[in-house]
Design a protein around this ligand. Sequence first.
Ligand code: AMP
Ligand code: MG
Length: 344
Amino acid sequence: MNTNLLPADGPDTIERAAEIIRSGGLLGIPTETVYGLGANGLDPDAVLKIFEAKGRPQDNPLILHVAGPEQVERFCHDIPDAARTLMERFWPGPLTLILPARDVVPRRTTAGLDTVGVRCPATAVTRGIIAAAGVPIAAPSANISGKPSPTTAAHVLHDMDGKIEAVVDAGPCAVGVESTIVDLTGQTPRLLRPGGIGPEQLRTVLGALEVDEAVLGEVAPDAVVRAPGMKYTHYTPQADVIIVTGGREAAARYILRHLTPEDRVLCFQEELPLYPEGTATAYGEETRPETLARGLFAALRELDRADIRTIYARCPSGGGVTYAVANRLKKAAGFHVVKGDEEP
Ligand code: AMP
Ligand code: MG
């Protein structure tokens, strides 16, 4: 298959892309979070192709992308007021809501669950494609399973060239990490995955918000988890990733004591002068967390090389999108964290 690159502002892009979805094909879609691998979310055969192209386990559900809140009623029932308030406040935007699924949603899309994740993306061309196709687009991130999510059309082609019909190119993603996921099917809303919308922002609307164990730490492979995707290894380059905590200088001293020619440092822009030339890659500025979110996956992809043995990574701490950046980095590291200012 020849994979076409469709510019977001091309005169016939929306129509061509919508036709791919309607005819059961696979399409790379831009969103403000990361690029998605989309198919008709109501067609089990089309959805199966997503799992095959990614090498994704079939117990890991997909998110249904809709053109607006008014479409949610078609796919979900028993929608609580809290969900409506969140849609009003944060859609279109990087927030996925888990709600009870109607029978029209194939169980292949939900990985057998009777709930479904729905989201309305901020990227206008993608909402246009969904509206023109007349069906919701089921999409996970458009990476090979386990690898960092794609934040440019070039990343999508790197993983999916020849396996999908086209990718719509809208430039680099504005947020850069996947959507925040909130489960609204229980007593209290529950954060299943941090993302572009921070927990504090959610609490201003919801009041109470529980945080799932999968967000906080490692989940055993055989665990029954509410966020099925969270038990799998994610965002992993070939090298071992080790997070080094502590102040800038102390962390640099620790890293430089351990650094060999096969290792690399993944750090903040402000820290580059602390490391010898050619050893460190900056993924953004610590003082501008949104740049860390936009740059993290591209940097992990750049460092995904067979000749790199260990990546010593610096991890931000804080709320908002920083919370999501720290979560992705810890998952890439398999929660391997060392204290730069204490350990030898
Ligand atoms: P991805 O965008 O590639 O990270 O994949 C979508 C993620 O959404 C999955 O890994 C799940 O964690 C989450 N998700 C989708 N639907 C549901 C659902 N019904 N219940 C819980 N989590 C879901
Ligand atoms: Mg993914």
